[in-house]
Design a protein around this ligand. Sequence first.
Ligand code: GDP
Length: 445
Amino acid sequence: MFENLSERLGGVFDRLTKQGSLSDEDVKTALREVRVALLEADVSLPVARDFVKAVQEKATGQAVTKSITPGQQVVKIVHDALIDTLRGEGEPGALKIDNPPAPILMVGLQGGGKTTTTAKLAKRLKERDGKKVLMASLDVNRPAAMEQLAILGVQIGVDTLPIVKGEDPVAIAKRAKTQASMGGYDVYMLDTAGRLSIDEELMQQVEAVRNVANPRETLLVVDGLTGQDAVHTAQNFDDRIGITGVVLTRMDGDGRGGAALSMRAVTGKPIKFVGLGEKMDALETFEPERIAGRILGMGDIVALVEKAQETIEAEQAEKMMKRMAKGQFNMNDLRMQLEQMIKMGGMQGMMGMMPGMGKMAKQVEASGFDDKILKQQIALIQSMTKKERANPALLQASRKKRIARGAGMEVSELNKLLKMHRQMSDMMKKMGKMGKGGMLKQAMK
Ligand code: GDP
């Protein structure tokens, strides 16, 4: 059975911790697992190889975001690269169907879900885009297939071209075109015949239909569960007929969706829709994010990374509280506080959120105490050395001059900041001493 990429990477992740940047070796180790996972998810070998190589170049040497582990970061990079590869140009699910009546040619192998998808798409065009749609089955070898489309048409309330016995596919396509023009249809869909495998006769037939219909879209419908076969089918159809997009069906099954990645990488054609069941509503616009998550088998990686970030921030805040309770409040802590204020929308933002404070927010604005000042204060702190930040008592005249110059400000501004820091730290000390064990310590329990 499949092993999740997260499970695979679990062991690797544990080793990839607490380093400043992703080393060559870290990335290689993690990517070996990514490659195996991709192959298991049905991505073809050359595609998996190229993909991993591209990610490796991107990841190596990248600074590790402080608040997430290197392992999570590798996964995030892989995830983003998957989305990049999967995303076609243009809007997902968009079809070129202006200039009515616009012909859409549906091609694919038998059993891939072509007829079902034709009807699903017709329903979607009718209901979501308000299009008047005509469907025609060209599968002259299988009367049952023609009837299937007619039945689906009735079910979804979309017209089908009446069946005329003995007509060949090209003649049906021509009749569909005429009827679509005369009947004021926006779109007409041609559901071509399928075969169990690709053969010359089928290709010639579809080619002939394509030549008379001159379709605006040629959509290949393939079974997403067939993995590499689906990719070969796509390549064959694209070489002979020229497809404009792909619909992957049976994505409701337990396939891992690797075919989608290979399909994109090999044919370069966008995946426009995915089929998610037998019902007429089970057709959705292709979403690269979803498939990427599925290929990785990790659910929502972005959420994972975000969660890690939150944890670290919470840890930092707790550490700061502890130091503050001991009366240790340094410039790094002050900076964190200032950054927090900016995050919350600055002074005005914070006051605007409090009831009755709207007026005061305006006064604050008038007094000139705004985000700009917060940012200037942060710049001053950034201009200090590590030692100075940890111990502001070191700041004598010459150091002050250097710091102010570094931040492009006057020493008087720096003095104001230092005064604020002193006041805050005095207050913290007092609070730390108040009551049994100190107010802050109490609050933390
Ligand atoms: P065609 O020969 O390519 O026209 O294939 P059909 O449209 O007749 O579909 C073959 C079978 O696959 C039917 O039983 C469909 O209901 C089923 N099918 C089509 N699309 C999907 C899908 O996205 N998910 C699932 N689970 N079944 C599907």
